[in-house]
Ligand binder design. Structure first.
Ligand SMILES: CC(C)(COP(=O)(O)OP(=O)(O)OC[C@H]1O[C@@H](n2cnc3c(N)ncnc32)[C@H](O)[C@@H]1OP(=O)(O)O)[C@@H](O)C(=O)NCCC(=O)NCCS
Ligand SMILES: CCCCCCCCCCCCCCCC(=O)O
Length: 176
């Protein structure tokens, strides 16, 4: 992370501590309520520049026998840290993601993820997260990532047609 960082200011319209964070998109693989095969993460705003999330570790998420697949865990970290930009301004997309796997995560457990903003420089937001199974003193995985804020209309313009919610987005864009 660079030395020279911008001041962090919580956006006045973002979720308040304890309130749910709005999903990236109702069809989002990580947090979308309408995603047919998604992780169904529930994410809440925390104090300061933090969010916390929960995810049931379901049978279909299995990698090694009885434990979560590493790619599913990485996706969960990506999605939860990907909520952080909205605490301070426009949404951001992932440009870098790093995960440390500390202990097996059994199917049937509830995964808890706590994520926080470490710093911001221009459009880059540096984030970290830790996962545990209910005891924050016994982490099972850690991650860090870099997110870059984007103008979503511009960034997704060429792709929104592929969305399951394409019509909804088009209607929203043409609303006065
Ligand atoms: C994010 C994206 C739009 C940025 O492109 P851009 O608008 O042209 O912006 P830049 O390439 O100048 O990057 C912006 C800043 O992020 C930094 N950055 C870009 N990629 C980075 C990476 N992998 N790691 C660290 N920093 C990165 C750049 O160095 C630049 O920093 P600066 O302010 O110090 O100059 C483009 O890289 C992209 O679309 N990536 C794919 C994102 C994605 O699909 N993520 C997965 C789903 S969310
Ligand atoms: C063309 C209009 C688009 C409007 C889109 C609003 C939703 C913005 C969501 C941006 C963040 C996406 C991050 C998803 C998580 C990920 O892939 O890592």
């Amino acid at each position: 992370m660079p030395d020279e960082l911008d001041e962090l200011v919580r956006h006045p319209k973002t979720s308040k501590p304890g309130e749910p964070m709005r999903s990236h998109n109702k069809s989002c693989f990580g947090c979308g309520v309408d995603s047919p095969r998604g992780l169904h993460l529930t994410v809440h705003a925390g104090e300061g520049f933090t969010v916390d999330a929960r995810m049931p570790v379901e049978q279909w998420m299995e990698g090694g026998p009885g434990v979560i697949h590493g790619g599913i865990l990485s996706s969960a970290f990506d999605d939860v840290m990907g909520m952080l930009p909205r605490l301070i301004g426009p949404p951001g997309v992932t440009v870098h993601l790093q995960v440390d796997f500390l202990a097996p995560i059994p199917v049937g457990k509830t995964l808890h993820i706590e994520a926080s903003i470490l710093g911001k420089q221009r459009r880059k937001i540096y984030a970290e997260a830790v996962a545990h199974l209910g005891d924050p003193d016994r982490p099972v995985a850690r991650a860090n990532g870099v997110f870059v804020t984007v103008d979503v209309r511009e960034h997704f313009a060429d792709h929104v047609e592929n969305s399951a919610k394409a019509q909804e987005y088009k209607d929203r864009m043409h609303r006065p």
